[in-house]
Design a protein around this ligand. Structure first.
Ligand code: ZN
Ligand code: ZN
Length: 427
């Protein structure tokens, strides 16, 4: 199988040092843009091919182990039997590599090289394991509340199971199957796919005999499965998301994927995707949130509920009088972060203080202001200067305009990330 080398980072349009988060975002974007349902009909084959490449790139780059193997060995480590250097290379591969390899190209990629390439697995050192039906992997979105409290999900799954009447043969007991002439009994077809700049030759199951290499004539087909060898069956399944589970974790329902005759059953795999939360940010087992307090509270202390936690509890903070709080100050609450799986401990909660100054609706009398002036600290010593100019000013200046008048970008920081300086200066 000759596959032209594909750079997975290029496929996802990320740099080689991209973080897991950047890769996930790039994948979502690429998957959306290249989704075959979203393009005109004549562009569909190319989009399909690109879509498969995007899936493949994400599958490898989103998994630290696979990404490491890709970074160190390149795509040839994944391309399967027949790739030059593969036989020799296998000996030096880490244990479990073969399994990973098998899993990778059987999972959710109908028609991918796995179908043809896997035949070679028998010849691998320690090979000879039965082929598996493809794993069915899908994302499962969960809210932060659900990850905090844990959740059990029941759902009905329709899957193909091996026909009980013909035991997966597809034909009547005494009937024999005819050899398929389209694929000459091999069950495989070669297809050349153009995917943008890449030209890929893939081996796919024969569409006439469904990859079987043979089929039964209409009168010999099994009455129950109509020769399809499997029938659909509905089953209730249940997954448990433990408190403290994290984004990217996989929940595996072993052997629950569609059954395929003569193969071990693949798994249904759910990959957790954490939904964004309005209030909380999560990093590992720690949580972060912003709290608003009034200027009066910042100066005089307070005791009240500042936040509703993920389980609905109010989080009360008592801050002593006379200990002034400022914007940006962080209150760390130990043990109020996310639960840590398989333990009683929890991460920490970081509360970022935001002091709300009075807005225009605040209408103090001159007496009130005089009183405040008397109560609050005075300015430092006066700045000495020989000449003094009293100037006009705009109270709503915008730091984005700083240096913008100069076409050359007179200031050093204008061409840089223009948000940062504005934020620094505003504080
Ligand atoms: Zn049957
Ligand atoms: Zn065929």
């Amino acid at each position: 199988m000759a596959e032209i080398e594909v750079d997975l980072y290029e496929v996802l349009e990320v740099h080689r040092g991209a973080s897991a988060d950047e890769i996930r975002k790039a994948y979502r974007k690429a998957a959306l843009v290249n989704h075959p349902d979203k393009v005109p009909e004549d562009e569909r084959p190319a989009a399909e091919a690109k879509f498969i490449n995007v899936q493949k790139a994400y599958e490898i780059l989103s998994d630290d182990d696979k990404r490491h193997i890709y970074d160190t060995h390149g795509m040839s480590a994944f391309n399967g039997a027949g790739e030059p250097g593969m036989g020799g290379g296998m000996g030096g591969m880490p244990a479990g590599f073969e399994e990973m390899f098998a899993e990778m190209f059987s999972g959710g990629m109908g028609g991918m090289p796995g179908m043809g390439g896997m035949g070679g697995m028998g010849g691998m050192p320690g090979g000879g394991r039965p082929r598996r039906s493809p794993d069915e992997e899908q994302d499962y979105e969960v809210s932060l509340e659900e990850l905090y409290k844990g959740k059990t999900v029941k759902f009905a799954s329709t899957k193909n199971v091996i026909c009980s009447l013909c035991k997966g043969k597809g034909g009547k007991e005494k009937a024999t199957a005819k050899k398929c002439s389209t694929c000459d009994g091999h069950g495989l077809q070669e297809v050349i796919t153009q995917m943008g700049q890449f030209l890929t030759k893939q081996t796919r199951p024969c569409s006439v005999c469904n990859g079987q290499g043979s089929f039964f004539s209409p009168k010999d087909k099994c009455k129950k499965c109509k020769g399809k060898r499997t029938i659909e069956e509905k089953k209730m399944l249940e997954i448990y998301i433990a408190p403290g589970s994290r984004e990217g974790e996989k929940i595996v329902l072993e052997g629950e994927a569609d059954q395929i005759p003569d193969r071990e059953n693949g798994d249904i795999i759910f990959k957790l995707v954490q939904e964004e939360h309005e209030v909380f940010d999560r990093a590992g087992s720690d949580l972060r949130a912003a709290i608003d307090i009034t200027l009066a509270e910042a100066l005089t202390g307070f005791s009240r509920v500042v936040l509703k936690h993920l389980d609905g509890r109010g989080i009360e903070i008592t801050h002593p009088a006379g200990k002034v709080l400022s914007t940006g100050q962080v209150l760390k609450v130990p043990g109020e972060g996310m639960p840590i799986k398989r333990s009683d401990s929890r991460g920490d909660l970081y509360l970022a203080v935001n002091v709300k100054f009075p807005d225009e609706s605040w209408n103090p009398t001159p007496e009130m202001l005089a009183k405040l002036q008397e109560l609050l600290p005075k300015p430092g010593p006066a700045i000495e200067a020989t000449t003094v100019d009293e100037v006009e000013y705009d109270p709503n200046g915008n730091m984005d305009e700083f240096g913008a008048r100069d076409a050359q970008g007179g200031s050093a920081w204008v061409d840089d990330d223009d948000e940062e300086p504005a934020q620094c200066a505003a504080q």
